[in-house]
Ligand binder design. Structure first.
Ligand code: SF4
Length: 191
């Protein structure tokens, strides 16, 4: 697994839990407002962290931390994500995955071992979607991920980052219509 960053303890990345955060390196999207460009653009990549050192840390913090968050970048493009999640679970931690929803196959593989998923809905479906992602996106894959998450029984949230040019806040009601009002959904302005 390519790990570009690690936060030992966070109170804001996993609702209701004190969690360590693993930032995977690499993303298949190029959202123009990306908050983590150092994990997206290869020319900005920093040194990789050693996953074994992270597992050593997690081993030592058992009982002090509640969970581990895999975010990025985009964690579902990491081929060994399932293995890493299983190792984290074996240490007794709850697992949260943050995803852009582009990889339903990987999502299906890991959902049985995940306790919480936060998935981005970048824009209303159609041409707006690719514009917000900075690459051509087949929103059928995004819908598949949504359905998988809903059907999984795993705790989840959908979320949107608003940006005046790429995802104006006025379009949030369109996304809410797609999701239905019962969904756990939040929209926030890009930083
Ligand atoms: S999906 Fe997330 S990490 Fe990837 S480019 Fe978009 S905002 Fe950045």
């Amino acid at each position: 697994m390519r790990i570009g960053g690690f936060v030992k303890s966070s109170l804001i990345d996993y609702p209701g839990k004190v969690a360590a955060v693993v930032f995977t390196q690499g993303c298949n999207f190029r959202c123009p407002y990306c908050h983590n460009p150092d994990l997206v653009y290869p020319e900005r990549f920093g040194e990789l962290l050693d996953i074994e050192q992270i597992f050593d840390f997690l081993q030592r913090r058992r009982g002090l931390l509640d969970g581990v968050v895999f975010c990025g970048g985009e964690p579902t493009i990491q081929e060994d994500l399932p293995e890493a999640i299983l190792r984290v679970r074996a240490l007794g931690y709850a697992v949260k995955v943050d995803t852009n929803g582009s990889n339903p196959e990987m999502l299906a593989e890991v959902l049985p071992y995940v306790d919480y998923v936060a998935m981005d809905i970048k824009a209303p479906f159609g041409p707006d979607y690719s514009r917000a992602c900075g690459v051509e996106v087949d929103d059928y894959e995004i819908r598949r991920s949504m359905l998988l998450i809903r059907a999984s029984g795993v705790d989840y949230e959908f979320r949107t980052t608003c940006h005046p040019l790429y995802m104006p806040a006025e379009k949030v009601p369109e996304i809410r219509r797609i999701l239905g009002h019962a969904e756990k959904y939040s929209a926030r302005e890009a930083k």
